[in-house]
Design a protein around this ligand. Structure first.
Ligand code: EPZ
Length: 417
């Protein structure tokens, strides 16, 4: 099931419940090792990255079980602090275990994490924060793991020069286990950071300021079992809303909060859509062919880099010339070549893509190069005349529970082959 076939040129129409958020659930899973007991998370999506994180937790002595989107993690038996190179390279989020393992066991040994090839993805900010909290870090290299040790972490002032999502998450988890007060400044403000803090608070931690640049943690409190429900995935929701804008559709989403989606909703309005939220439902109705626009990705509340390629797919059929500038990752334009195979008129210059909108795209065979780029190709297929075949869909399955099921539920002609 790694090829998707799409037949385009039908407006999306219908209602859909959005899956739980990958980028909220993965850090929560990592943070669950801070509790020497049982953590239950509801609304967990059945995606490859979640299965992969479950495998890593099991290899460390935890016991994970996922049933009907309810994930139970028993971390009472946690005994290992070393993650194999193969597990680390399976995804980027493996690095999110560094802070929690250090906090719980006083040591951790890891390799460079893997993940989508979207540019250099160093971990210097993660390490800087952990060192400020008292960890002694020995960088690996030459097949050796990086090791971090701390008898007991202690609260400190940590200033991030750039609001890295993962580094902020690692620092929060380590600070929860550290003794005393930690003040993190220059933090990432993504909704997933707020969600991690709500989760840790449900576990007994004391955290103030989540969602702002400054987060204060009173560390060292006793943690306890908790039961938490993860929110909907704003990137998955954004993918389907943009697809509706591109196809001239009309959709209703449940489980996607307008607040978290604010930067995406602003762009949808500029594309030419009517939007409103009522009692947990998000309504979107396109007002015709999308309008051309200029967009710049940025840390939250900027336009999410994770939707940059999906937006480009939609702008390929917009009325006029658009420009999209990528400022978060240095090489996140790998999907442009595939969109061009579908007839898109896109020219790249440095960090900016210029897109001349056409009446429609043409179906062709293309290959998913990364997770969000793969989703963008599915959206582009909806905007193309004829059939589009997408290979390399293992990437898409890392983050979308079943993109074919979801889009078919909204009336698209799309299936796994
Ligand atoms: C998270 O990645 C998300 N992943 C990404 O989503 C998302 O694209 C990204 O945040 C930005 O929003 C998860 O939440 C699991 P960063 P993360 O650290 O934490 C530089 C998806 O498709 N940086 O905020 O890895 C880095 O090179 C994925 O779901 C450093 O320089 O992102 C990049 O240019 C892809 N040093 C920028 O910061 C560091 O130590 C943003 O990275 C860390 C990061």
């Amino acid at each position: 099931m790694s090829v998707i076939e799409v037949r385009g040129r039908r407006p999306l129409k219908g209602e859909l419940i959005v899956q739980g958020s990958k980028n909220a659930v993965l850090p929560m899973m990592a943070a669950s090792v801070l509790n020497k007991g049982i953590t239950v998370i509801d609304n967990v999506p059945g995606i490859q990255d979640v299965f992969c994180m479950m495998g890593i937790l099991d290899s460390l002595g935890c016991c994970c079980a996922l049933h009907k989107h309810r994930l139970q993690i028993d971390a009472s038996g946690l005994c290992g602090a070393s993650i194999s190179r193969c597990d680390m390279e399976a995804m980027r989020s493996s690095i999110l275990l560094l802070g929690p393992l250090l906090g719980r066991l006083g040591e951790a040994a890891v390799y460079e994490p893997g993940g989508c090839m979207i540019g250099k993805r160093p971990i210097d900010l993660h390490l800087m924060a952990l060192k400020r909290l008292g960890a002694a870090v020995e960088e690996g290299g030459e097949g050796k793991p990086l090791t971090a040790r701390a008898g007991r972490l202690s609260g400190a002032m940590v200033e991030f020069p750039y609001p890295s999502v993962g580094a902020t998450e690692n620092a929060i988890c380590a600070a929860v286990a550290a003794s005393g007060r930690t003040v993190l400044t220059g933090c990432a403000r993504e909704p997933e950071i707020e969600e991690l803090c709500r989760f840790l608070t449900a576990m007994g931690a004391s955290i103030r300021g989540a969602g702002s640049r400054v987060i204060t943690i009173e560390g060292g409190l006793a943690l306890h079992d908790c039961h938490y429900r993860a929110g909907g995935d704003r990137i998955v929701a954004g993918t389907y809303l943009l697809a509706a804008a591109g196809t001239g559709g009309e959709i209703v989403l449940t489980g996607a909060g307008a607040r978290e989606l604010c930067p995406v909703l602003c762009v949808l309005k500029r594309l030419g859509g009517f939007l409103y939220e009522e009692e947990g439902l998000l309504f979107f109705k396109s007002q015709g062919r999308p309008a051309a626009l200029t967009a710049v990705t940025g840390p939250h509340p900027g336009f999410p880099t994770d939707l940059q390629s999906v937006l480009m797919a939609v702008l390929s059929v917009a009325d006029g010339e658009s420009a999209v500038r990528e400022t978060v990752f240095e090489s996140r334009f790998a999907t442009v070549g595939e969109l061009v195979k579908l007839g898109a008129d896109i020219a790249l210059s440095g960090d900016t893509a210029r897109i001349r909108g056409l009446g429609c795209l043409k179906g062709a065979s293309v290959e998913a190069k990364d997770l969000r780029g793969g989703a963008a190709l599915a959206v582009a297929g909806l905007l193309a005349d004829g059939a589009t075949r997408i290979s390399g869909c293992g990437h898409i399955m890392r983050g979308y529970e079943d993109i074919c099921r979801d889009l078919a539920c909204l009336g698209a002609s799309i299936a796994w082959r």
